[in-house]
Design a protein around this ligand. Structure first.
Ligand code: ZN
Length: 236
């Protein structure tokens, strides 16, 4: 996100391609990586935290992450080799980070990882203010195949989806962003943008569809949770 005082970067992809895709990609867009002031890491998986150490060292960007995910990085030095930023800003639920004329509110949405962060913020589209809900962790890649702790893990995930759905509603979000392009159809939307003309921005799907995303996430998690409850009942 570009602001009047620099850039807020959300997620840093893998260690092996962050140089090419972040630094190279920004230069291609005419953006200076030196102006990255904040790096938000939605969660400590390699495809999101990969470039954070490099960006922190090279550009002295402040790195923001949820407390439990900072702990993961500290606990597993081998897993986070070359992608272990020094512990910096620990996000709390509802904290606002302002840079120049932009403010991002961070929401803690544990589930995908214990420290997963999501965001609400607003952007300008051709001078019109548009509110965005950004979901930081889609997919159930936690322990999900045994009733204990699977049932609990799914509950944490469901509670976080409800939390974020409420934040999206109260901020009037009409855009849903996911940190994986297969979940918000970003790949196609980016292509549609080129042919937009005077039409609406392809990312602007409306408040009802934003809510629908969180309902589907809850429904899928709930179905998986019920399966584990049945499994627990059968083995009892
Ligand atoms: Zn992940």
């Amino acid at each position: 996100m570009t602001t009047s005082e620099g850039i807020i970067l959300i997620d840093t992809i893998y260690p092996y391609n962050s140089e090419e895709l972040i630094v190279g990609g920004m230069r291609k867009l005419g953006l200076d990586p030196n102006s990255i002031k904040y790096v938000f890491v939605s969660h400590a998986h390699a495809d999101h935290i990969g470039g954070a150490e490099m960006l922190q060292k090279r550009y002295r960007a402040r790195v923001v992450m949820g407390g439990p995910d900072w702990d993961l990085v500290a606990k597993h030095p081998n897993r986070y080799k070359t992608m272990a930023p020094k512990r910096d800003i620990v996000a709390t639920d509802g904290v606002k980070i302002t840079l120049g004329d932009a403010t991002v509110t961070i929401w803690l949405t544990p589930g995908h990882t214990p420290g997963t962060m999501s965001y609400t913020f607003s952007v300008l589209d051709r001078g019109k203010r548009v509110n965005v809900a950004y979901s930081g962790g889609t997919a159930f890649n936690f322990v999900n195949n045994t009733p204990d702790p699977g049932i609990r893990n799914f509950q944490t995930y469901i509670d976080s989806q409800k939390h974020m759905a409420a934040r999206a509603a109260s901020t009037g979000a009409t855009v849903l962003l996911s940190n994986h392009s297969e979940f918000d159809n970003a790949y196609n939307k980016n292509r549609m943008l080129a042919g937009r003309g005077f039409g609406p921005h392809p990312y602007e799907i409306g408040a009802d569809w934003v809510q629908r995303y969180f309902q589907v996430m809850q429904g899928c998690a709930w179905a998986a949770q019920i399966r584990l409850e049945q499994k627990a009942a059968e083995t009892r």
